[in-house]
Structure formats: structure tokens, C-alpha cells
Design a protein around this ligand. Structure first.
Ligand code: PRP
Length: 208
């Protein structure tokens, strides 16, 4: 089985360094997360199928290309919201779905609390976005729910992953490509990614 695609780009590394730093302000964290998400979006869409389109330039008619399928971005709440704008820079027309997942701090199990999914997920390329892939519980719940709802072409895009989370997703969904900015060393006893960047949702929304 192929491993995750770890995006290798100096600008992404710079944003990751900013996001990891404990002293980064909320404003700068939000900005860096959006910029990092845009880079991940471009890489995650590199192999999108395309269809030909006829283009009339000022001088001639030629054949160009455009993505063959609609694109849907599904944000895993809350932290996934911080990646949506970056994706929309690449595909402003994308429909956006939301899945509320709250990880219990004791059991580390996710609890679904909200769902809003565009009808288009059944015919679209669907990008599930969440900055953190830790145990993989939230991603598994999100991907499982999307499969139930009829999504076919699913991809998971995360900023930072733990090896445990990558393995869990690959075991349950071997057909779902995983695109990440970094795979870190491990999880700690609280289920936090080490070195990681802390709790992305809390840092993004000021609830830490
Ligand atoms: C965090 C993070 C992921 C999840 C990762 O969200 O944003 O969704 O935990 O952990 P897992 O892989 O072990 O499931 P959290 O549940 O803290 O919610 P939040 O985004 O609202 O902060």
C-alpha cells in the first residue's frame, strides 16, 4: 500500500514552523494555516481527472482542460474550518460540507454533533480537511459517514499526522489517498501529536 503523500515544499515548511511555534499569535496562526492549506490543496489536486474544454483566445480556438468532476470540500469541525479558505483559493466554486466531530479527552473517541453535506458528494471529488490526524478516530468517523452518504472519490488532507492515525486510516480505507504536510514522531499519552502544534482548534479559535 502506498504511504501518504507528504508534501515537500519550502513555503509549506515555513508555514509549518510558524504554526508549530507555541508563541505564534492567533492572527498569525490563522494566516499561516490558510496559506499552508492552499499549498496542500494544489498538491492534493495534482491528479484530478480533467475534461477538455474549447477556448477561444483573441487569436484562435484551442482545447484547454478543466476538472472533470465537481469538487466538494468537507471541513471536520472545528479545526478543519481553518483550511477551507485555502482550498477555496484554488477552487472558488467548490461546495462546502461540514461534519462536527468532538474528540472526548478521556476516551479519545470522536462524537459526531453536526452534519451538513452537499448533495454533490455522490458525484464529486471530495476533500476531507482537518489540520490534525492523531489517533485517526475523527478521520475514520468522517470518512465512514461520507461513504454512508454516498461519496465515492474521497481524499483526506491534513497538516500534521501521527503515524498511528495514518495507519488507522490506511487500514480502514486503503483506497483513500492521504495528503499531509508532515508525519510527526508519535502520540503522547493524551493523544496529542508530538512534536505537533498543540490543539489546532483551540489555537485557531482562542479557546485554549
Ligand atoms: C482535533 C483535531 C482532529 C482530531 C484529531 O479536534 O482537529 O479533528 O482532534 O484527533 P484524532 O485523530 O485522535 O481523532 P477536536 O476533537 O479537539 O475538536 P476541535 O477541532 O473542535 O478542537
Amino acid at each position: 500500500m502506498a504511504g501518504p503523500l507528504v508534501v515537500d515544499h519550502p513555503l509549506l515548511e515555513r508555514h509549518l514552523a510558524v504554526l508549530r511555534a507555541a508563541g505564534t499569535s492567533r492572527e498569525t496562526f490563522r494566516h499561516a494555516l490558510g496559506e499552508a492549506a492552499a499549498i496542500l490543496a494544489y498538491e492534493a489536486m495534482r491528479d484530478l481527472p480533467t475534461r477538455p474544454v474549447e477556448v477561444r483566445t483573441p487569436l484562435a480556438t484551442m482545447t484547454g482542460a478543466t476538472p472533470a468532476l465537481p469538487i466538494v470540500v468537507v471541513a471536520v469541525l472545528r479545526a478543519g474550518l481553518g483550511m477551507v479558505d485555502g482550498f477555496l483559493r484554488a477552487v472558488p466554486e467548490a461546495a462546502i460540507g461540514h461534519l462536527g466531530m468532538q474528540r472526548d479527552e478521556g476516551t479519545l473517541q470522536p462524537r459526531g454533533y453536526y452534519e451538513s453535506l452537499p448533495d454533490a458528494i455522490t458525484e464529486a471529488t471530495v476533500f476531507v480537511v482537518d489540520p490534525m490526524l492523531a489517533t485517526g478516530g475523527s478521520a475514520l468517523a468522517a470518512l465512514g459517514r461520507l461513504r454512508e452518504a454516498g461519496a465515492g472519490d474521497l481524499r483526506l488532507v491534513c497538516l500534521v499526522a501521527a503515524p498511528e492515525g495514518v495507519a488507522a486510516v490506511q487500514a480502514a480505507h486503503p483506497d483513500v489517498p492521504i495528503v499531509v504536510g508532515a508525519v510527526d514522531e508519535r502520540l503522547d499519552e493524551r493523544g496529542f501529536i508530538v512534536p505537533g502544534l498543540g490543539d489546532a482548534g483551540d489555537r485557531l479559535f482562542g479557546t485554549d
